[in-house]
Design a protein around this ligand. Structure first.
Ligand code: ADP
Length: 346
């Protein structure tokens, strides 16, 4: 069942000519963890705020479990938003911050205390009930913000770049926590991020937005390996684009004839292969093998990047530094483009 549906959602800010969000339609499955991914200013936060009721759409509809919520104020929508800068009440203790929403709903003190204890255990903050936010680390504050939202058991939890202010190791820790909270509570979660790695690691499905439009909504593997078009491919780090045309199951291009995977679209004009999927040093007689010259080599840490010239076609390859060690700029090599790693774009 779809818990949240966006239908042709559009937002044009007053005084602006171009829509910040344009015609976005999306069905978010009940209990899923979905990423709203895209570069800065592509409209991600605007969508989240419209769902939460903090902004009114210019047109389109937002449905929770089938019913439009456009006429409902934020507090009556069953959606809670967690912001990047967690906005805790500085003079309240951790326990009071977390219990605040239940207190507003006039629940009995004993019940609130029990719920606070349970949720703090889930976010691994037991024992810190009496601390003030200023006595917590950034990661702990973000946990309090999560607990404060989750205690309300919302139908939908909205997270706006929840971990972008945290350093790398803390971010990984919080991602793991979010994943386990999601598994435990089965709340429908929609989180905004500009970080494709974060989206790939966490999300069941990713909605990729570019310039206010939804460009692809799919499982992470498909956005990565089967992008819909060149821009989506580029956003996911694709570098190799070979122009040509499909003729009888092969791709005719300056490199020669490349044998395509079955079911490749006959009208494709662009072939792409991810830099990590190009094989170096294969046998010249095996399928899809071509000569190339190494134009440059760059050590990147966990990988080494080679820029190749294959009969005038520029190709980027990423490979393990061990394998790259014996290769130098100027060396002539044989590369193989494995058939199953090829993807044809319109
Ligand atoms: P993202 O979250 O993807 O970074 P936003 O949704 O914040 O993007 O913004 C999308 C676009 O809308 C941007 O061009 C931004 O400048 C514009 N925008 C955001 N908020 C407002 C506002 N209150 N008034 C006018 N324009 C805005």
């Amino acid at each position: 069942m779809s818990d949240l549906a966006l239908e042709h959602l559009t937002k044009i800010y007053p005084g602006s000519e171009t829509p910040a969000v344009e015609g976005v339609s999306l069905n978010v499955e009940s209990g899923s963890l979905t990423a709203l991914l895209g570069p800065s200013a592509c409209g991600k936060s605007t969508i989240l705020k419209m769902i939460a009721g903090l902004l009114t759409p210019t047109s389109g509809d937002i449905r929770f479990a089938g019913s439009s919520v456009l006429k409902q104020p934020p507090q009556s929508r069953d959606a809670v938003m967690v912001f990047q800068d967690h906005l805790l009440f500085p003079y309240l203790t951790v326990g009071e911050n977390v219990g605040f929403g239940l207190k507003m709903r006039v629940q009995a003190k004993a019940k609130i205390n029990r719920a606070v204890g349970e949720i703090l255990e889930l976010v691994q903050l037991s024992g810190l009930e009496q601390r003030k936010p200023s006595e917590l680390s950034g990661g702990q504050q973000q946990r309090v913000a999560l607990a404060r939202a989750l205690i309300l058991r919302p139908r939908i939890l909205l997270l706006d770049e929840p971990f972008s202010n945290l350093d790398e190791s803390l971010r990984l820790e919080m991602q793991t926590l979010l994943k386990s909270l999601h598994a435990e509570m089965k709340t429908t979660m929609l989180f905004v991020t500009h970080d494709q790695e974060e989206a790939i690691t966490l999300a069941d499905k990713i909605a990729l937005l570019l310039s206010g439009r939804l460009r692809q909504y799919d499982i992470p593997q498909n956005l990565y390996n089967h992008p819909k078009d060149r821009e989506v491919a580029q956003f996911f780090g694709a570098r190799n684009f070979i122009s040509g045309r499909v003729e009888a199951g092969k791709f005719d291009c300056p490199l020669g004839q490349i044998v395509l995977p079955e079911n490749a679209p006959a009208d494709g004009r662009l072939l792409t292969i991810r830099p990590e999927n190009i094989v170096i040093g294969s046998n010249a007689s095996s399928d899809n093998s071509f000569p190339a010259t190494i134009a440059s080599k760059k050590f990147l840490g966990s990988q080494t990047r080679l820029e190749l010239d294959a009969t005038g076609q520029e190709l980027t390859v990423l490979l393990s530094p061990n394998i790259a060690e014996s290769l130098q700029a100027g060396t002539e090599i044989i590369i193989q483009l494995p058939r199953q790693s090829l993807w044809v774009l319109p």
